[in-house]
Design a binder for this molecule. Structure first.
Ligand code: ATP
Ligand code: CA
Ligand code: CA
Length: 425
């Protein structure tokens, strides 16, 4: 699959931000990575590592193209999450994100104004988040860590890092790194974002017909009579994990999250190349691998040492790619094989009642989990509730949200039961 994007030069509005984010990650993450692993302490959950970059550089930070500050939040906690629970190879993680400074921009797909960027190899997503979401994630980090540790097959967003870039005139941009639920090597033919709310949750059908990348919603799902086709075993496992995850989300008192479902139809394969041209690619036009090599060569800084190790352990073929076209693999890299719901080509293969495979692969997970039931959401509940059923609108109290979400997800599965409640009006 060739992913041809619009190469955006250094004059692009978000180029400096991208450069700063990746430089911060490259230096910050490899700094922590270079140290000997140790058990977490309570302080690790509130730790912040600060870096100050400028064009000159010093003993602590290498020179950068711009002046900016970078903060790495709870680096040891995220390191443990990445390595012990999400089974990411540390060298691989760093290289995917920063061996070349290339990100593709999805822009701002939601209403929130967050920006989404994909790593060059499409495995990771950088999402800029609002300050309130950032503070919220820090406040629940311990609970999140606990949940992930006890639920190796959780469907919740996998947070790999939490960072902040501060530009010279004071603008602060917070962002998380997370998993891309969708695979680099498979076209996703249909996408649904499901909440269990049925008020206004419809993507216009006329537009959907001409846009293969439309993100469809609850009413589209219900009206099309769709069902997740999973045999009894997979259905039971998925139901139980969703129950636990929804319970966790109720406890941390959030709402507005959704189950994202991507469907790959095997008989259609990759011939539509849906990923082609969907992404704008940021590239500074210089190979960051060359830069990384220079940094790594001979240096004795922790960063140089970690970089050298990363490069030694990496697959050299992946680094030699051209810079105007991104090559995405046609084959599964197998990096998610440890996880039940991501074991079939990075996703979950549809099965019939006899557990025989069907020719569809589902890519699913629970996303957008950082919205607490705040004053704003309570007001939204009040206003939307004036003109529609108070129990079917999107903003409801977290207990009710969680219960409705879980019921809907059962109704979404063939044989899962309870669909009557979610009929379209
Ligand atoms: P809003 O708050 O208005 O819903 P948001 O900016 O918080 O929007 P999200 O709901 O997190 O954004 O995501 C918006 C869309 O981006 C999703 O519907 C999905 O299409 C895509 N997306 C988000 N997270 C992922 C992910 N981890 N993997 C793949 N796609 C994702
Ligand atoms: Ca959302
Ligand atoms: Ca959101």
């Amino acid at each position: 699959v060739v992913l041809v994007g619009n190469l955006i030069g250094e004059d692009h509005a978000n180029y400096v931000l991208m450069y700063n984010m990746l430089t911060g990650i490259r230096v910050g993450v490899s700094r922590c990575q270079a140290k000997v692993k140790r058990p977490l302490t309570d302080e690790d959950f509130s730790a912040r590592h600060k870096f100050s970059f400028d064009i000159v550089g010093n003993e602590l930070t290498p020179s950068a193209k711009y002046d900016f500050k970078f903060k790495d939040y709870a680096p040891w906690v995220f390191r443990e999450l990445r390595e012990d629970y999400f089974h990411l190879d540390p060298a691989d993680y760093l290289l995917s994100l920063t061996a070349k400074y290339i990100l593709s921009e999805l822009g701002s797909p939601g209403k929130s104004g967050s920006f989404f960027y994909f790593s060059r190899d499409y495995r990771f997503i950088i999402k800029t988040i609002h300050h309130t979401e950032h503070k919220f994630l820090l406040s629940i980090l311990k609970d999140y860590h606990h949940h992930v540790k006890n639920n190796p097959h959780t469907l919740l967003s996998r947070f790999y890092g939490l960072h902040r870039v501060k530009l010279p005139r004071g603008r602060k941009i917070h962002f998380v790194i997370m998993n891309n639920l969708f695979p680099p090597h498979r076209d996703v033919h249909e996408t649904y974002d499901l909440k269990g709310s049925t008020v206004g949750r419809e993507y216009p059908i006329e537009k959907a017909a001409i846009n293969p990348r439309a993100v469809l919603k609850d009413l589209n799902w219900i009206n099309s009579g769709k069902m997740l086709e999973l045999g009894p075993e997979k259905r039971a496992l998925l139901t139980e994990q969703l129950r636990r995850d929804a319970e966790f989300l109720r406890k941390i008192y959030v709402m507005d999250y959704s189950l994202l479902i991507g469907i790959h139809k095997m008989e259609r394969g990759n011939r539509d190349n849906v990923r082609r041209n969907t992404l704008k690619v940021f590239s500074p036009g210089i190979s960051m691998h060359r830069r990384a090599t220079t940094v790594a060569k001979g240096g004795t800084s922790p960063e140089a040492i970690a970089m050298r190790r990363a490069m030694r352990e990496s697959n050299p073929e992946r680094l030699g790619q051209g810079r105007s076209a991104l090559l995405l693999p046609e084959e599964d890299t197998g990096d998610r094989r440890d996880f039940i719901f991501y074991q079939d080509e990075g996703g979950l293969r549809a099965t019939d009642e006899a557990n025989e495979s069907l020719d569809k692969i589902y890519y699913l997970g629970v996303i957008d989990i950082l919205t607490p039931y705040s004053t704003v959401k309570k007001l939204e509940h009040f206003w939307k509730g004036l003109s529609a059923d108070r129990h079917k609108i999107s903003p409801v109290e977290p207990g009710e949200y969680s219960e409705r979400f879980f019921s809907f997800m059962k109704a979404v599965m063939r044989g899962g039961g309870g669909g009557e409640r979610f009929k379209a009006e």
